[in-house]
Design a protein around this ligand. Structure first.
Ligand code: NAD
Length: 417
């Protein structure tokens, strides 16, 4: 069995299904995505050339409601990766009990090499290509790696142009001015913060006495770093794709954020006498209390897992630990808060955004954050209880809750026709 994201997902899901006592026929359909769309996306580039990009929208399950899941722009996007990410969305939405199924989309491209005009054309043409699948009652995209509120605005506008009227509920993570939710930008990082706080409280540790390393300094990593830093955590290392910085007495996260926001530069070029260079591989292997991978999947693998020294891991990214590495961490009793809980803040607040859009309501940020905390801590407590009751890891407990909700819904609905 190769160490790829879809196989990791299948392992996690089938293990939970078997522990729940299900027969294969109870869950067999969930081993396969319901729909896979692969599209060619032609773009006339600024220099007049025609470039053709490959895009995907994959819907894993609609059993519990319309599909939900982000759109990723990255050179490594593949059908296998999008398929795994789509299924993880099914489990995540089920775990936090949102009335959604799971989907994911992506375009294989390097957005750092595209002009804004090219990016806009790419997004609009991709949206047109996946039009038959998306819609507020069918499948609602959101941002993921290298896509942001602006890109979501283009998706919303393109969809609306085809409908002939404005449809804010087709996509979440939009700019506030066109129906975005207050607090959505920070939602995933804020959710990570709530989960970290709850976990540390349970094990009797104070955030102020904990050393933290965070891999990835994009939407999720930078917001998580900032929120934990503002609560007094000692963040000893952060990184992005260019590399990272380390300081044993704690980095000044507000200064790093100021630098990256103002200069639009990578962390590698940030200068501070106290902060030394560190590679992404070194960051993952630091002797810290808490490691937060917030970049990409498959960062902790069977190759480096034995060098991981962190006492606890909170998966802010999707699938940062491969199945094989996860097994080893489990044997070593390293607590891992799984991605489907840890980064669910994004989809929870996306759900709030969609609810407001389809009902023409407006919530304020305080109410949004309170509701986010309520939902994510409720799920954390469910996982904690089941993990203690069954003597299983947090991940296995999370999957048992998520899988049982989808399988039970499937049983009620039955197989068509
Ligand atoms: P982003 O594009 O805003 O940031 C990604 C960050 O990771 C950047 O700092 C980038 O430089 C860094 N990075 C990329 N490849 C790397 C590598 N190989 N090594 C080290 N750093 C690397 O993306 P994001 O939205 O912050 O997403 C990060 C992760 O969180 C992804 O796994 C994504 O699926 C997941 N996630 C995001 C959201 C959301 O709301 N944005 C919600 C749930 C889960």
């Amino acid at each position: 069995m190769t160490d790829n994201p879809y196989n990791s997902m299948l392992h996690q899901f089938e293990r939970a299904a078997k522990l729940l006592g299900y027969n294969e026929s109870d869950y067999k359909t969930l081993k396969y995505p319901e729909r896979e769309l692969k599209v060619s996306v032609p773009v006339k580039m600024d220099d007049g050339r025609i470039e053709v990009f490959t895009g995907y929208r994959i819907q894993h399950s609609t059993t519990r409601g319309p599909c939900k899941g982000g759109i990723r722009y990255h050179p490594d996007v593949s059908g296998n990766e999008v398929k795994a990410l789509a299924a993880w969305m099914t489990w995540k939405c089920s775990l936090v009990n949102l009335p959604y199924g799971g989907a994911k989309g992506g375009i294989r491209c390097d957005p750092t090499k595209l002009s804004e005009r090219e990016l806009k054309k790419l997004t609009r043409r991709y949206t047109a290509a996946i039009l038959p699948l998306i819609g507020p009652e069918k499948d609602i995209p959101a941002p993921d790696i290298n896509t942001n509120a602006e890109v979501m605005g283009w998706v919303m506008d393109t969809y609306s142009m085809f409908q002939g009227y404005t449809v804010p509920g087709v996509v979440t993570g939009k700019p506030l001015q066109i129906g975005g939710a207050a607090g959505r930008l920070e939602a995933t990082g804020r959710g990570v913060q709530f989960v970290v706080e709850r976990f540390l409280k349970k094990i009797g540790r104070d955030l102020k006495d904990v050393t933290v390393a965070i891999q990835g300094f994009g939407n999720v990593g930078s917001v998580t770093a900032n929120l934990l830093y503002n609560c007094g955590a000692k963040i000893v290392a952060v990184s992005d794709i260019s590399g990272g910085k380390f300081c044993s007495s704690g980095l000044d996260i507000s200064d790093i954020l100021k630098y990256t926001e103002e200069s639009k530069d990578n962390i590698k070029n940030y200068r501070n006498p106290d902060a030394v260079d560190i590679s992404n591989a070194e960051l993952l292997e630091l002797d810290v209390d808490l490691l937060i991978p917030a970049a990409q999947e498959s960062q902790i693998t069977k190759e480096n897992v034995n060098r991981i020294k962190a006492k606890y891991i909170v998966e802010a990214a999707n699938g940062p630990i491969t199945f094989e590495a996860d097994k080893i961490l489990e044997e070593r009793n390293v607590p891992v808060i799984p991605d489907i809980l840890a980064n669910s803040g994004g989809v929870i607040v996306s759900y709030f955004e969609w609810v407001q859009n389809i009902q023409f309501l407006l919530w304020d940020e305080e109410y949004t954050n309170d509701m986010l905390e309520k939902i994510i801590t409720r799920s954390f407590e469910e996982i904690w209880r089941l993990s203690e009751e069954k003597g299983v890891s947090f991940r296995v407990a999370a999957y048992m809750i998520a899988v049982s909700r989808v399988v039970e819904a499937k049983k009620i609905r039955g197989i068509f026709p």
